[in-house]
Design a protein around this ligand. Structure first.
Ligand code: DC
Length: 239
């Protein structure tokens, strides 16, 4: 695949800082940002709107093929999820929708339905996609692949702060137990489980600040620009 600008794939568990890292990177590089988790969250929220149980696989898969999910640039340029044309970007962040997204993302039919959307958003490069299986399934040929990790405690702390910043209440212990159960569900599902691609650079961000993580990825992008080869194939494993 000859793209003039790279596809940057950022994968990792819940609350690790993928969204913030991806947003800053996209701003710095002038790339499009694709938050793929928002699409799974959109399916979960659309199901709740329609009174469909997250356990009803058949109905959820049908819904994921029918519902119009779109990522539209918001006032600050950050993409906002719309469902059937209506902005739902704030509602999809609620903790109960996180649980629903984890549930519906385990259905192979849902993953298939969302694959085409993700690929069409990234096809031309100049894009930062963040999710769980970008480097392994959605863009196995991504020029830059980063797998971010951090301890569950640190991730719970970051997620609690994020919710508070958005004016929502946050119980850190509850968030920690949700993170642990989502980690388990996301990494043990048979289809597209959460795991680093073989050629991903693995970065443990537990004690790294955002600038350090962003700088590291920019370095990978620069090395891929100059060599024309995937940043992760020769890159170090850091952390
Ligand atoms: O990144 P997030 O917390 O917004 O993701 C919500 C859920 O969607 C999460 O439980 C895992 C799932 N997901 C996925 O399975 N594959 C992706 N590419 C992105 C998210």
């Amino acid at each position: 695949m000859n793209r003039t600008r790279p596809v940057i794939a950022i994968d990792g568990p819940a609350g690790v800082g993928k969204s913030t890292t991806a947003r800053v990177l996209a701003q710095r590089l002038g790339y499009v940002l694709v938050d793929t988790g928002a699409l799974y969250r959109g399916v979960a929220l659309a199901a709740r709107d329609r009174g469909i149980s997250w356990d009803d696989e058949e109905a959820i898969v049908t819904l994921s093929g029918e519902v119009a999910l779109s990522l539209e640039p918001g006032a600050d340029g950050t993409p906002r999820l719309t469902i059937d044309g209506v902005d739902r970007a704030d509602e999809i962040r609620r903790p109960e929708i996180s649980a629903g997204a984890s549930r519906v993302s385990a259905y192979p039919g849902v993953r298939r339905a969302l694959l085409d959307i993700q690929r069409s958003l990234g096809r031309d490069g100049g894009v930062v996609l963040e999710g769980r299986d970008i480097g392994t399934v959605v863009f196995p040929d991504a020029e830059v692949k980063l797998f971010l990790t951090a301890s569950a405690e640190e991730r719970a702390r970051r997620r609690a702060r994020d919710l508070q910043d958005r004016g929502m209440t946050a119980d850190k212990n509850q968030i920690l137990s949700q993170i642990r159960s989502r980690d388990k569900a996301d990494s043990t599902r048979p289809i597209a489980p959460l795991r680093p691609a073989e050629d991903a650079v693995i970065l443990d961000s537990t004690s790294l600040d955002l600038d350090a993580v962003v700088e590291h990825v920019l370095e990978l992008v620069r090395s891929c620009d100059s060599s024309g080869s995937p940043g992760g194939s020769t890159g170090p494993t850091v952390g």
